[in-house]
Design a protein around this ligand. Structure first.
Ligand SMILES: *[C@@H]1O[C@H](CO)[C@@H](O)[C@H](O)[C@H]1NC(C)=O
Ligand SMILES: *[C@@H]1O[C@H](CO)[C@@H](O)[C@H](O)[C@H]1NC(C)=O
Ligand SMILES: *[C@@H]1O[C@H](CO)[C@@H](O)[C@H](O)[C@H]1NC(C)=O
Ligand SMILES: *[C@@H]1O[C@H](CO)[C@@H](O)[C@H](O)[C@H]1NC(C)=O
Ligand SMILES: *[C@@H]1O[C@H](CO)[C@@H](O)[C@H](O)[C@H]1NC(C)=O
Length: 535
């Protein structure tokens, strides 16, 4: 008993100070801005007289109006808290705090939004988009300027975060901002196979992504445990391979909804259909795709990775991936390729014969043979691809347009090798959201610098960014939001803000504010810093 007490008290850091562990900032932006000059002069925002104004000839009025509506609602919702407070005071007359204040510059009436590139309402975010913007809050009619609509969306997010509640009003300090992302690829990965996640949760996740300036949603659609994607050419894949053929599948209309919801927020959707491993669920309807495993020269009843020796395997993948490339408009496709278990291939005599017939001397070589077929197919379909790092490490021949997704170990040696070979890297090793520890465990995500590897400047330029990964073995729709948020916010800041923004202590008060902001906007983010309160 005594021992147990000692063990417990070692785990629990007892703080007895009155009040929250970390006091929230007011009107600070997450992820941190590249350049900002803020003064203590301020404007008051009154939602019912404030409006956004797009310049007439932008060319994508609907995209812009949708964004204006979203952000106006966010601002008005924050203002409604003020009304609740006021009602509680039952009409007590008080002087408004700003009326006698020299720092008060007036009421913010309009935010003018300028986009210099031509934009259309069906524009798709794509790799390498310019997301730069400038925002000047200096007059009752202030200005947000960007080259692209995507930059304007990032700027609107920033604008909404600058506004904070002070006593009974919404305040925005006079500010001059020039902002741009450090990395162009800022992703969140979500696994919807280990546990099915309903569409409304995916949409909430996209909201959270927009609030953190993420721009890639990596949708890990299928895995061993279930196949929830409802295919038009092979509907039996989800009929047999989903957890439930009706309630645990993504219909074409669901997929379209996710893609559109993401698009208008400037977020790309990259689907992943992992092969040749992680494919047991495909075998529920098409066991012939998978390798028969042997023990003592007899089939042992188990199925392994896809069977790379049969042409029919490639015909099947061909038909399915042709459909998928048509469904997902992004120019990239994640083809997986991780954790292929070679032992089943090794046990199967037909595979052994196939290898000697084709002069393939290793299982890496066999994997290469498989991936080469998939890659050739995607080349034909004009789609580019990401692969998990094993595909590169095992020596598969890949074009330089391939993005190699680094995830194992610390990852730095692999990033070095990938970029040395002239390939692009996307980094996830230190951002696995399924790795839990107690307390403010976003610290470990925050204190990870993706370019912390040995390489030339040229090599470092090939690191396009990274992804926070949410594998869902122990996560379903009831706990996914607090597990992702605010922990993925740490990744978001590493990927957007300057390299010098790396002080955990300095970030804590801003994240304290940001989590309250996320909560207010309906995101079930968990507390970031220990004891505290959102007011
Ligand atoms: C914003 O303005 C308020 C009110 O004048 C001031 O107290 C605060 O310090 C200002 N914030 C910054 C970061 O300058
Ligand atoms: C965005 O701004 C940064 C900093 O000024 C600049 O280095 C970068 O080239 C800009 N990006 C584009 C696409 O113009
Ligand atoms: C506010 O900033 C904009 C953009 O920098 C500038 O054109 C304008 O003159 C400024 N207005 C005032 C009142 O300072
Ligand atoms: C088989 O591969 C080896 C080593 O790569 C090579 O030297 C040999 O010429 C190949 N044989 C045939 C028949 O392709
Ligand atoms: C790919 O990158 C490597 C290393 O920088 C380079 O040697 C090679 O020529 C590139 N290949 C192509 C097809 O551009």
């Amino acid at each position: 008993m005594f021992k147990l007490l000692i063990a417990l008290s070692a785990l629990v850091v007892i703080s007895s100070a009155y009040g929250p562990a970390v006091r929230a900032t007011k009107g600070e932006v997450w992820p941190k801005l590249q350049q900002e000059e803020k003064t203590s002069d301020y404007f008051i925002v009154r939602p019912f007289t404030f409006r956004f104004q797009g310049l007439a000839d932008i060319g994508c009025p609907r995209l812009l109006d949708d964004a204006f509506t979203r952000y106006w609602l966010i601002i008005a919702t924050e203002a409604s808290l003020e009304h609740r407070g006021r009602r509680a005071e039952m009409g007590k007359k008080r002087t408004k705090f700003w009326q006698l204040d020299e720092s008060f510059l007036g009421y913010l009436k309009r935010l003018k939004v300028e986009v210099s590139d031509k934009c259309t309402d069906d524009a798709l975010p794509d790799f390498g988009d310019n997301e730069n913007y400038t925002l000047t809050v200096n007059a009752s009619v202030s200005t947000l300027s960007a080259q692209t609509i995507w930059g304007a969306l990032r700027g609107l997010e920033t604008f909404s975060q600058l506004i904070y509640l002070e006593q009974d009003a919404l305040v925005i300090n006079a500010t001059t901002i020039t902002d741009f992302p450090r990395f162009s690829f800022r992703g969140l990965h979500l696994d919807t196979s280990r546990h099915f996640l309903p569409v409304n949760i995916i949409l909430q996740t996209l909201d959270g992504m927009a609030y953190n300036k993420f721009n890639v949603f990596h949708w890990h659609l299928t895995d061993d445990q279930s196949f929830p994607y409802k295919s038009r050419v092979y509907p039996e894949l989800s009929e047999k391979g989903a957890y439930h053929p009706v309630s645990k599948v993504f219909e074409p209309s669901d997929i379209a909804k996710v893609i559109e919801y993401a698009r208008v927020r400037g977020i790309r959707v990259i689907p992943e259909f992992d092969t040749p491993g992680h494919t047991s669920s495909w075998g529920a309807s098409h066991p012939e795709l998978l390798t028969t495993c042997y023990s003592n020269n007899q089939p042992n009843g188990n199925l392994g990775p896809m069977d790379p020796s049969k042409d029919t395997t490639y015909d099947f993948i061909n038909n399915l991936f042709t459909e998928v490339v048509g469904v997902f408009p992004d120019s990239y496709f994640h083809i997986g390729g991780d954790e292929v278990d070679f032992s089943c291939w090794q046990s199967n005599p037909d595979i052994t014969t196939f290898m000697s017939d084709n002069n393939i001397s290793s299982y890496e070589g066999l994997e290469n043979y498989f991936i080469q077929h998939v890659v050739d197919l995607l080349d034909k379909l004009n789609s580019k691809y990401l692969v998990w790092e094993e595909v590169f490490v095992n020596g598969v021949t890949l074009p330089n347009t391939t993005l190699v997704h680094v995830w194992r170990g610390e990852g730095f040696d692999t990033l070095r090798d990938v970029t040395k070979a002239g390939k692009y890297g996307v980094f996830s090793s230190c951002w696995y959201l399924d790795h839990l520890s107690s307390g403010s465990d976003w610290q470990k995500f925050y204190e990870c610098e993706p370019l912390n590897f040995d390489g030339t400047d040229e090599q470092k330029k090939l690191v396009l960014g990274g992804e926070a990964c949410m594998w869902t073995e122990s996560v379903n729709e009831y706990n996914v939001m607090p597990r992702v948020w605010p922990r993925a916010c740490a990744t978001a800041e590493k990927l957007w803000s300057a390299e010098s923004v790396n002080d955990f202590g300095a970030a804590r008060p801003r994240l304290e504010e940001h989590v309250c902001r996320l909560n207010l906007r309906g995101i079930a983010a968990q507390p970031p810093n220990g004891p505290g309160v959102c007011l």
